[in-house]
Unconditional design. Structure first.
Length: 245
C-alpha cells in the first residue's frame, strides 16, 4: 500500500500543522540527595601534618566499630600536651577527639570515641568505665593496655599486645559488663580481680574459655580510608578539653 507524502488539507485547504507534545519531567526520576554528609572536621594542625593520611586511615578503621556515632561530624585535633595520648569531648553538641599522630593506637581512638558515647548517655561516666566499654567493643581494637583500669604488672608493662592478650582483655570486659547487667555494682573491681586471676592462669598455660584459639587480623594493613572528599578543614581552631573529664 502506498501512502501519499503530501500534507492532508484542512477545512480551508491549508496544510494541517503537526502538533508537538511537550515533554514533562517525571517526578520519580528527580533525585535530590542533598549535601554530602561530613564525617570529619579536621583542624588546621591536622591538615598541615605529614601524618594526616595515617590519622584519617586509623580514625576511619576504628569508627567502623562505633555505629552509634556514624551520623556525627567529628572534629579532630592534635593532642600536644606531654603525657596525653588523646582526649575526647564530653559536649554532646561538639563531638571531637584529639590524638597524637606518632602514638596513634587503635585502643586510644576507641577510648576517645567511647567518651563521645558517654556524652550522649550511652556509657556511664568515668575513665575506668570508658576503658572497660572500649575493651568490650572488639578485640581488633585492643592493641595496647588500658591506662585507667588496674592491670597485672606483667600486662601493664607491655607496649604491644598480641592476639591472646587482646582476646583476654576483651573477654574479661564482656564478662564484667554481663555482671553489671545482672545487677553487679562493683563490676569494675570484678573486672580487675578476674583479670588478675586469668592472667596468672594464662602464664601457667591453662586454657581460658572464650580466649584460646581466637585469631586477629593484621592491624597495620588492610585499613581502608574514606574518599578524600570527606577530609574537610575546620574554619576555626579547636579548643582543648579537660583530659580528666
Amino acid at each position: 500500500m502506498l501512502v501519499s507524502a503530501r500534507p492532508i488539507a484542512g477545512r480551508r485547504g491549508r496544510p494541517r500543522a503537526s502538533r508537538r507534545r511537550r515533554s514533562r519531567a517525571l517526578e520519580q526520576l528527580v533525585l535530590d540527595l542533598g549535601p554530602l554528609e561530613r564525617r570529619w572536621r579536621f583542624s588546621r594542625l591536622v591538615l598541615g601534618s605529614r601524618h594526616a593520611p595515617r590519622i584519617r586511615e586509623r580514625l576511619e578503621f576504628v569508627r567502623g566499630f562505633f555505629p552509634e556515632i556514624d551520623s556525627l561530624t567529628i572534629g579532630v585535633g592534635l593532642a600536644k600536651k606531654r603525657g596525653v595520648l588523646g582526649w575526647g569531648s564530653l559536649d554532646p553538641d561538639a563531638p571531637a577527639v584529639w590524638v597524637r599522630p606518632r602514638l596513634l593506637d587503635c585502643f586510644t581512638i576507641a577510648h576517645e570515641f567511647t567518651h563521645l558515647l558517654q556524652a550522649r548517655g550511652l556509657v556511664p561516666r568515668g575513665e575506668r568505665a570508658c576503658d572497660l566499654w572500649a575493651l568490650a567493643r572488639s578485640p581488633l581494637l585492643v592493641d595496647r593496655s588500658p591506662g585507667y583500669l588496674g592491670l597485672p604488672a606483667g600486662l601493664r608493662k607491655l607496649r604491644r599486645l598480641d592476639a591472646r592478650q587482646a582476646a583476654l582483655l576483651h573477654e574479661m570486659a564482656n564478662q564484667a559488663l554481663a555482671a553489671r547487667g545482672r545487677g553487679e555494682r562493683h563490676y569494675l573491681r570484678r573486672f580487675e580481680r578476674d583479670l588478675a586471676l586469668a592472667w596468672k592462669r594464662m602464664d601457667r598455660g591453662v586454657p581460658i574459655p572464650g580466649v584460646e584459639g581466637r585469631q586477629r587480623a593484621p592491624r597495620r594493613t588492610g585499613l581502608k580510608p574514606a574518599p578524600a572528599g570527606d577530609m574537610l578543614g575546620s574554619t576555626s581552631p579547636m579548643t582543648e578539653c579537660d583530659p580528666e573529664a
